[in-house]
Design a protein around this ligand. Structure first.
Ligand SMILES: [Zn+2]
Length: 332
């Protein structure tokens, strides 16, 4: 489709379909507003970091939102540490939350008595692989400088491998039950949340108000902010300062909050919503909101000022772009 890309402002034959709310979190309103390179850049630097946030992943699990790959993420997929009786283990949770011991690189050493010692941690489910692993690890060790210094014959080496395998098969698994808590730490990047809201707000304003908005100072500020995100090391910025500069507030104005609850049947966490008024866009995604005003922050928009509402249900409810009377169902 021919048109002007709203990010780089180039005119192109090939505008691509952009999901206003990210597709990976169940956004299903798409518009041809970006050229391919800009669409890819925003996907990589703005949408992906947002979608990767832990609480967003949790929401995707809760509402069974599949990504482009058809998969629902596993938010607990980090590696955790566990203090067991035999030291610290690394644990990972499978898709079905079953814990598994993460294999650690085997250590081999020569004991004071001139024997070969080694340590290896494997999940009990991988027990059958242990003889093979021992053979590989020790054979490699015998070829190393340290191993060669032992001066062992092939027979001695083979005996040592056999002894190690026999010893390992006699070891009973320490525990198949995790009794102590799994330790780990999650971080949430406010910046990623903020940038995604700015993207949605900018795109909606461009769609609703067209060239006058795109060419306005306000449009220019948001566009510059988004373009600045699209690199490895965006310029550092202060969240508070930016919020003031862009007039973004972290909460939905009171009367609109009630309206959003009305639209979502009291479940704002299962929807992406943007409410457009002449001077502002209120954007709420999975229960977290931002308000962008062109004018003074004190002039909170009211229900009566609403021009349009963008709703995208992540659980299969009403989705699309609506005028107020359509949503209130007065049939005008
Ligand atoms: Zn572009």
């Amino acid at each position: 489709m021919y048109g002007q890309c709203i990010l780089c402002l180039e005119s192109t034959e090939l505008l691509t379909e952009e999901h206003i709310f990210p597709e990976a979190v169940g956004g299903n309103i798409a518009k041809y507003v970006l050229c391919k390179p800009c669409n890819d850049e925003l996907g990589r630097w703005v949408d992906a970091p947002y979608v990767d946030q832990k609480h967003i992943q949790l929401a995707r699990v809760a509402y069974k939102i599949k990504g482009k790959t058809g998969n629902i993420p596993q938010p607990f997929s980090e590696t955790y540490s566990l203090n067991g009786s035999d030291g610290q283990l690394k644990i990972k949770l499978d898709k079905d939350f079953t814990p598994r011991v993460v294999p650690q690189a085997p250590k081999v050493w020569v004991t004071e008595g001139g024997e070969v010692g080694f340590s290896l941690s494997r999940d009990v489910k991988d027990r059958k692989d242990i003889p093979k692993i021992i053979r590989t690890v020790l054979s490699r060790f015998f070829k190393s400088e340290e191993g060669k210094r032992l001066g062992w014959s092939d027979e001695q080496k083979e005996n040592a491998i056999q002894r190690a395998i026999d010893g390992a098969t006699r070891v009973e698994p320490r525990s198949e039950q995790i009794k102590s808590p799994l330790g780990g730490r999650w971080t949430i990047e406010l910046k990623a949340l903020f940038a995604e809201h700015i993207k949605v707000i900018y795109e909606i304003r461009c769609l609703e108000f067209g060239a006058p908005y795109i060419n306005s100072p306000s449009g220019g500020r948001l566009r510059a902010f988004l373009r600045a995100q699209c690199c490895d090391e965006p310029e550092p910025w202060d969240l508070k300062d930016m919020a003031k500069h862009l007039n973004v507030a972290p909460q939905i104005p009171k009367d609109l909050d009630g309206f959003i609850k009305y639209l979502t049947n009291g479940n704002p966490h299962t929807h992406h919503i943007a409410v457009v008024t002449p001077a502002s866009v209120v954007c709420s995604m999975l229960g977290m909101g931002a308000v962008f005003h062109d004018g003074d922050l004190d002039q909170a928009p009211g229900v009566a000022d609403i021009v349009k509402v963008y709703i995208s249900s992540v659980t299969g409810g009403k989705s699309g772009i609506f005028c107020l009377h359509e949503l209130l169902g007065d049939g005008q």
